[in-house]
Design a protein around this ligand. Sequence first.
Ligand SMILES: O=CC(=O)O
Length: 336
Amino acid sequence: MATQLPKCLLLGEIEHAHDEWNSLAEFAELVKPASKNREDFIEECRSGALEGVIVAYRTFDSFTITGRIDAELVAVLPKSLKFICHNGAGYDQLDIQPLTDRKIRVSNVPTAVDDATADVNMFLIIGALRNFNIGISALRNLEWRGKATLGHDPQNKVLGILGMGGIGKTLKRRCEAFDMIVQYHNRRQLPPEEEDGAKYVSFDELLATSDVISLNLPLNAHTRHIISTAEFEKMKDGVVIVNTARGAVMDEAALVEALNSGKVRSVGLDVFEEEPTVHPGLLDNPNVLLIPHMGTFTVETQTKMEVWNIENAKMALTEGHLKSPVPEQADITDWD
Ligand SMILES: O=CC(=O)O
């Protein structure tokens, strides 16, 4: 009698790496949920229709199907489920603790996102320093430069990177090519070979001494609103801030006030607290350069990310472990 293959559940779509995804059929029956929203998905899980699923591959956009992977959802996920492979560097859509409690292992996609996100980060730094939003909007309104005032050069400006992970380190190299002086803050100082000449400073020193502050840290319970009114007050007058991490690391309402008061000169934002909604005080402010979460939005990077995430799923199916487990679970060895 033929042995039954385990199931691998696709939450969301594969857009590029179709061959790699289809190759998983050697190891698993590839299935999709029937549901299109959280309520139905919870019902589908409860009905037992997804039993036999060992690995779930999910995309950022599959949030529309499942909502947050939180304790409520974790309680109904198939009993057979052992691995969730998240296609993205930031995995704040998943609550790791309830998943760990249920012995479900989670992976994310680091590294593959670094270049594309650092490129957007650099674009935002230059664009915000040079007031390009004002010029671009004026030109589209047939007002030539409109109210654009002189911008500022990046050369010799102090860049403070908050969160020196893969994207932060890649950004550092980009910014050094623009002759910026790079300092950073992490919860722990990096070894010298990883710092690669960047100065380690305390959180408060980074706030007080940077001309440009770049937010490159993950969103979690410790980092939500890590930049709010008290932190803006500690910054230099006329500071420039860019964010390609997650909107909620910065208090958007407090940012609008800091922009209105002139404390913050300009910002470049790729991410927002309540995507796809953007605070009207940001939309209305000409000193805000906005991009709709396009940090990794390139053919090459989206393909790399899918291939990486499929490798996680394949390893889970064939070897029973993940290529890139999330840091919270990386040191756990007892999964039985
Ligand atoms: O936002 C993009 C990602 O988390 O990969």
